[in-house]
Design a protein around this ligand. Structure first.
Ligand code: GLA
Length: 562
């Protein structure tokens, strides 16, 4: 079966029954929505929700840290989600006191003790306080993103001047999240997406899924991380039973059917990844390193230095200079264009002739990059670029294998064929090493589809660990625990530096593997208090592709769904 139908032009569906969205027991899902609604009514003194929306977390099967470099990734939406109830109170016409009062955006959480409520002015131009790391920052991101999108569509003035917007007195938002925080399953993107969809509907606006994916990607940057668009795109465009290949520039989501005899498992490493807090030394630093690598590669290909400095992604450079984006060629070029080890700031600015790095990254206007350059003096470029190009290739191979192509044929490209000839192998033999000239190996040769997918996941983890350096001891230990228990493959998922592992296994032994991993990895953590046994089902579980964002019809008489 080929990749079918990109759905970016569709609108977020209005679910007509809970089973359209959830596989879980309908009663417990309905009870969760009842709790959301009663928390809403209590918090906002009897007001009723106008709109309810949900958006899920995600697990990335393969393609880590390449979305912001323009390369496709292959995630699926998971069953855990964020649900949001919203209502807009309007000023009474002719009521002078109300007319003059400042409109507000009031945000609360069902778990109000842990996630305290906050009130903001109803002002889309206000800044997000990135120093506070308060959970409501992501709600503000969603709120601001809607107006940014309107501006982009030249509709901002007319919407702000509309009778509806002028009468807004108070926007009320109640949130309930089930995606574990800091787990690498995109809890914050699920929050941003659910809020954006709910507010869009409550403000009587309508954006396509593609527009929503892009606007939430950009709006989340107000929180302080320069992330790519994978998490938001899959949260918005995910579908039951299908993984998706998410493309960028332009955004798109192609269906990828997963082998039905395989089950995907998720395990939380119990190392919390605080993406926003640690961005300057982890996530944002990698974005900076990749951009510097792209610039030096463009320079290597003879671009004038000023022109090279305008390059933003590795893909941009590979598409221009590496056999129209051939990833083997790009991998070869990395070795020639970039030094092994690290570059210092001084080397980059003086020896490489890049001048003031702060100017390249527009640090006057971009605080996230400003902090990266203030706090780091060494930048690894070759390893980061190698990871990006080899990971982009693994995504391509993974998709081809899922679509039924033999692992032997999943690899292609002129340089690859050339190398195969040099080495004396048939060009259709799969290669999973990222450097055929040096560590040539053909682990995909003669293995079945399932093993090939698992092997790609394994290689992805190795590359994340050694070249991108975004793993950590707990993630590596959990990967080993899954493998020792009999999984076919396992890898960190999401940004890394903590969070979750995704593993794949033959479906008939999934339960055995879960029991084994519980014993080897979690029991000691339950005993030491690092993990809480009450959270067991959210720490280690089976997962399958789930539905993406949805708007749920709310009727106060009949409940959430009519
Ligand atoms: C985070 C970001 C994504 C992506 C992953 C790593 O989840 O939000 O855009 O870059 O890390 O693959």
């Amino acid at each position: 079966m080929g990749a079918v139908g990109s759905k970016q032009h569709a609108r977020v569906p209005k679910a007509s029954k809970l089973s359209d969205v959830y596989d879980d027991n309908e009663n417990s899902v309905a009870a969760r929505y009842d709790t959301l609604v009663s928390a809403f009514k209590t918090q906002f003194e009897g007001e009723k929700p106008k709109t309810i929306a949900r958006s899920p977390g995600r697990v990335n099967l393969i393609g880590e840290h390449i979305d912001y470099e323009g390369y496709s990734v292959l995630p699926m939406a998971i069953g855990l989600d964020v649900i949001v109830a919203v209502s807009v109170a309007l000023k009474e016409e002719g009521n002078v006191e109300e007319d003059e009062a400042e409109a507000t955006l009031s945000i609360a959480n069902v778990d109000g003790e842990k996630y305290t409520p906050k009130e903001f002015p109803f002002d889309h131009e206000q800044e997000v306080d990135v120093k506070s790391h308060h959970w409501t920052n992501y709600v503000l991101c969603g709120f601001k993103g809607i107006f940014d999108q309107l501006k982009k569509q030249n509709k901002l003035e007319s919407v702000l001047e509309s009778a509806f917007m002028k009468r807004v007195k108070k926007v009320m938002v109640m949130v309930d999240g089930k995606v574990p925080l800091g787990s690498g399953l995109s809890s914050f993107s699920a929050l941003n997406c659910a809020v954006t969809v709910a507010l869009m509907d409550a403000f009587e606006l309508s954006f396509t899924k593609g527009e929503l994916s892009e606007l939430t990607c950009l709006s989340e940057r107000y929180s302080g991380t320069q992330s790519g668009g994978m998490d938001q795109a899959i949260s918005i465009m995910g579908e039951k039973d299908l993984a998706k290949r998410i493309d960028f520039n332009p955004i798109g989501a192609m269906d990828v059917p997963l082998p039905t005899n395989l089950t995907f498992l998720i395990g939380n490493s119990c190392a919390v990844s605080k993406k926003a807090e640690s961005a300057h030394k982890h996530y944002n630093l990698r974005v900076v390193e990749c951009r510097l690598a792209a610039i030096l590669m463009a320079k290597h290909y003879g671009e004038d230095i000023e022109k090279a400095k305008t390059r933003v992604t590795l893909r941009e450079v590979a598409d221009l200079y590496c056999n129209k984006g051939d990833l083997w060629t790009a991998l070869g070029a990395v070795r020639k264009a970039l030094n092994e080890g690290s570059y210092t700031k001084k080397q980059l600015e003086n020896d490489e002739g890049l001048g003031d790095l702060r100017k390249i990254f527009d640090c006057e206007n971009n605080e996230a990059f400003n902090v990266v350059l203030q706090k780091n003096d060494t930048f690894k470029l070759r390893d980061r670029a190698r990871h990006v190009f080899s990971e982009a290739r693994r995504v391509h191979e993974f998709q081809k294998i899922c679509e039924g192509q033999s692992p032997r044929y999943a690899v292609s490209g002129p340089i690859y064929e050339h190398w195969c000839k040099v080495i004396g192998l048939e060009p259709d033999v799969g290669v999973a090493s990222d450097d055929p000239t040096k560590d040539f190996g053909h682990p995909m040769y003669g293995i079945g589809k399932e093993d090939a997918l698992a092997k790609l996941m394994h290689l992805s983890h190795e590359s994340c660990k050694t070249q991108y350096e975004c793993s950590c001891d707990e993630l590596d230990e959990l990967v080993d625990a899954f493998m020792s228990a009999g999984a076919l493959g396992a890898r960190l998922t999401g940004a890394g530096w903590g969070g979750c592992v995704v593993a794949v296994c033959e479906s008939d032994i999934a339960e055995e593997i879960l029991a084994d991993v519980k014993k080897s990895f979690y029991e000691k953590r339950f005993q030491s208090g690092v993990a809480n046994i009450a959270d067991e089902t959210n720490l280690l579980f089976k997962t399958a592709p789930s539905a993406g964002a949805a708007i749920l019809h709310y009727d106060d008489e009949k409940g959430v769904i009519v």
